[in-house]
Design a protein. Structure first.
Length: 116
């Protein structure tokens, strides 16, 4: 995993802990961590969030030069990792994890205009 991804994952873990607490204390209308995270990101200007692909499917395109400022947990994924056993042999071990979904807000997109 790249260093930048590790930093974002750690930040997302910290934000998720705040979101969980907000859910437990009834301080949010959301019933999921991702929903609470999106509520935390929402303000007067940024009120709709979607992935790059999601905006494209909605007929919008991310503005040139924009980078994702918002992220939530993606679907659970499965990966394999080679580990060394006590006998010195290598063995593949499967593990599950949540990836990171990168979101763009409504202020970062524009209407898709096909080239003529």
């Amino acid at each position: 995993m790249k260093e930048e991804q590790k930093i974002k994952r750690q930040k997302l873990i910290e934000l998720s802990n705040v979101a969980k607490l907000a859910i437990e204390m009834g301080q949010t209308q959301a019933d999921t961590v991702n929903g609470a995270l999106i509520e935390m990101y929402t303000d007067n200007e940024n009120f709709e969030f979607n992935t790059f692909k999601g905006w494209k499917q909605a007929g919008k395109m991310v503005k040139k030069g924009e980078h994702s400022k918002y992220f939530v947990w993606s679907k659970k994924r499965t990966n394999t990792k080679e580990i060394e056993t006590e006998e010195g042999e290598t063995e593949e071990k499967k593990y599950k994890f949540f990836g990171i979904a990168y979101l763009f807000s409504n202020t970062q997109v524009q209407e898709f205009k096909p080239k003529k």
